[in-house]
Design a protein around this ligand. Structure first.
Ligand SMILES: NC(=O)c1ccc[n+]([C@@H]2O[C@H](COP(=O)([O-])OP(=O)(O)OC[C@H]3O[C@@H](n4cnc5c(N)ncnc54)[C@H](OP(=O)(O)O)[C@@H]3O)[C@@H](O)[C@H]2O)c1
Length: 240
C-alpha cells in the first residue's frame, strides 16, 4: 500500500521561518503545499527538497491582493494534496510611530498579517472539515502582548491575529479543527533587512529559524486529542 504522507500548507515559504519550516517538515515526512510571491524562490526550495522524496507543490500568490487568495488556494489544493496542517506564516513588519503611519501602509499591514490569514482560513476550512479535522497554526509575535514604540501597527496586527485564532479555535472545535498560535520573540530572518524596518538590532542574539521550525513541527505532531493553544519561544536574552 502506498504511504499516505500528512500534508502541510505553509504561507510565506520562500525564505526565513517559512523556508526553514518547509525543510523541517519535508524531512519529517510531510508533503508540502507552499505559497509566497516569489515563484523563483519557491521553485529553488522545491528543488532543494527533492532529496526528501516528498511531493512539493507551490504557487506564487500575493496575499496583499484579497481577490486572488481563494482562487489561488483552490488551484494549489486541486493538485491531489489536502492539507492536514495549515501554517499561516507570511507576514510583514513596518516600523514607524502611529502618529505618522500612512493609512495605506496600515492597511497593507492589516491585510497581510490579519485579513489574509482570515481569508486563508475561510478558504481552507471546508477542506479541513470534510477531512474530519486538522490544524491551523498562526505565527504570531511577542509584539501581540506588548506596546513597543515605533512598532504600533505591527503590535495591533498581531494582537488581532491572536484574537482571530482564539475565536476560530472555539468555533471550529466541534469540527475537529485545532487552532493555535506560535508566539515568537525576535528571530534571525531577512525580515530585519526589509526596507520598511528601521533600527539596529543584534541579530546574533535572535532565535535561529531552525528552532522555530522545530517548535512548529512539535505543535503539528501532537495527537488530535490535545492542542498546544499557544507556544511562546523567546531569545534567551529576552525581548530584543
Ligand atoms: N523575524 C522575527 O523576528 C519575527 C518575530 C515574531 C514573529 N514573526 C513572524 O513570523 C512570520 C515570518 O516572518 P519572517 O521573519 O520569516 O519574515 P521574512 O523572512 O521577511 O519572510 C516573510 C515571508 O512572507 C512572504 N510574504 C511577504 N509578503 C507577502 C505577500 N504579499 N504575499 C505572499 N507572501 C508574502 C515572503 O515571501 P515573498 O516575498 O516571496 O512573497 C516570505 O516568504 C511573520 O508573520 C512575522 O510577523 C517574525
Amino acid at each position: 500500500m502506498p504511504d499516505k504522507a500528512p500534508v502541510a500548507l505553509i504561507t510565506g515559504a520562500s525564505r526565513g521561518i517559512g523556508a526553514a519550516t518547509a525543510h523541517k517538515f519535508a524531512n519529517a515526512g510531510y508533503d508540502l503545499l507552499l505559497l509566497a510571491r516569489s515563484t523563483s524562490d519557491l521553485e529553488a526550495l522545491a528543488k532543494a527538497l527533492a532529496h526528501s522524496g516528498r511531493r512539493i507543490e507551490f504557487i506564487g500568490l500575493d496575499l496583499a491582493e484579497p481577490d486572488t487568495i481563494a482562487p489561488g488556494l483552490a488551484d494549489l489544493c486541486s493538485r491531489g494534496l489536502t492539507p492536514a496542517v495549515v501554517i499561516n506564516n507570511a507576514g510583514v513588519a513596518y516600523t514607524g510611530s502611529l502618529a505618522e503611519t500612512p493609512l495605506e501602509q496600515w492597511q497593507q499591514l492589516m491585510q497581510l498579517n490579519l485579513s489574509a490569514v482570515f481569508q486563508v482560513c475561510q478558504s481552507l476550512l471546508p477542506l479541513l472539515r470534510q477531512a474530519g479535522g486538522g490544524q491551523i497554526i498562526n505565527v504570531s509575535s511577542h509584539a501581540a502582548h506588548n506596546a513597543f514604540p515605533e512598532w504600533g501597527a505591527y503590535c495591533v496586527s498581531k494582537a488581532a491575529l491572536v484574537s482571530l485564532s482564539r475565536c476560530l479555535a472555539v468555533e471550529e472545535r466541534p469540527f475537529g479543527i485545532r487552532v493555535s498560535t506560535l508566539t515568537l520573540g525576535a528571530v534571525n530572518t531577512p525580515l530585519w533587512e526589509s526596507e520598511n524596518v528601521h533600527g539596529t538590532f543584534d541579530r546574533r542574539a535572535m532565535i535561529e529559524v531552525e528552532r522555530v521550525a522545530d517548535a512548529l513541527l512539535y505543535m503539528a505532531q501532537g495527537p488530535a486529542t490535545s492542542v498546544v493553544e499557544d507556544l511562546t519561544l523567546m531569545p534567551a536574552a529576552g525581548a530584543l
